[in-house]
Design a protein around this ligand. Structure first.
Ligand SMILES: Nc1ncnc2c1ncn2[C@@H]1O[C@H](COP(=O)(O)OP(=O)(O)OP(=O)(O)O)[C@@H](O)[C@H]1O
Length: 261
């Protein structure tokens, strides 16, 4: 695959000093029981951050609060400087869901999926020659040029995730948000997938992911946010490995960092 991402305009993320995501004193519960409490953090342009925590610790809820899909009961959530729930420029955020949830719904080709990344720019109008060039460059960047005509349903888990990253690149997103992107992806493809994320981040794209594979997180992400209803740790991945936050948040002293890789 190409390791030279070319589709993203790196200037887009460096010219803004406003945090991409900002949470201040955020509380949220689906019922009267709080699911996340007193969350304050910001994600700046160019970061490579991972949210980790045990099952049911509020990671997906936190992500939804960040993206404006849920509104805080208390506190403030901002996305690109606007209240998150009012933010409406979908082209700036590329979302990659878990492979399992994207598996059956798309009897269309890889190139058609990536084409969708241009919709925020052209509406449902026709793509120009320049738009198609962006689509094809995105496919090359993720190493999927040879699969452009393949149906998404006929891809492996890792290939499918690459196709969805290409869609984000085609939309020229500043922020790539991935929710457990390597679930169901074989180990060799996980390595290659993270190599791609590393390369995209080096090229200026902000990467924010929820990841269950703590070994991958600490090897690749620069920043770890460890959550269990409240934030147990937020800082450099190296310091996370050295800290006791993992044991406290997960309630175990087992080696969770090396087991899955
Ligand atoms: N729509 C909902 N309605 C009510 N409760 C919910 C809803 N979604 C999640 N919850 C509850 O909120 C808590 C946190 O769930 P969340 O999905 O955010 O955790 P998570 O850390 O992403 O979990 P996992 O790692 O298992 O995916 C859980 O107790 C869950 O049962």
């Amino acid at each position: 695959m190409s390791t030279q991402p070319t589709t993203h305009s790196a200037t887009a993320s460096t010219e803004h000093s406003t945090p991409l995501i900002e949470l201040a004193g955020v509380d949220f519960g689906y019922t009267s029981t709080p699911v996340v409490e007193d969350i304050s953090l910001q994600i700046d342009a160019g970061e490579y951050a991972a949210v980790v925590g045990p099952n049911g610790s509020g990671k997906s809820t936190l992500m939804k609060l960040m993206l404006g899909l849920l509104r805080p009961d208390d506190g403030v959530a901002r996305l690109f400087g606007d209240p998150s729930h009012q933010f409406d420029d979908g082209s700036r955020i590329g979302y990659v869901a878990q492979h399992a949830s994207a598996s059956k719904e798309m009897p269309i080709t890889v190139r058609e999926v990536v084409k969708m990344g241009r919709f925020p720019h052209v509406g449902f109008g026709r793509l120009s020659r320049d738009d198609w060039e962006i689509v094809d460059r995105a496919l090359e960047t993720v190493g999927m040029g040879a699969f452009a005509s393949r149906r998404v349903t006929q891809l492996s888990g890792g290939q499918r995730q690459r196709a969805f990253i290409a869609r984000a690149l085609a939309s020229e997103a500043d922020l790539l948000v991935l929710d457990e992107p390597t679930v169901g992806v074989d180990m060799e493809s996980v390595e290659a997938f993270y190599d791609l994320l590393d390369a995209l981040n080096s090229n200026g794209i902000t990467v924010l992911l929820i990841e269950h594979d703590l070994g991958a997180v600490t090897e690749h992400a620069d920043r770890v946010i460890c959550l269990n209803r409240e934030i147990y740790f937020d800082g450099p991945a190296d310091a996370f490995v050295e800290s006791d936050a993992l044991a406290r948040a997960f309630g175990t002293t087992a080696n969770l960092l090396g087991g899955s890789r």
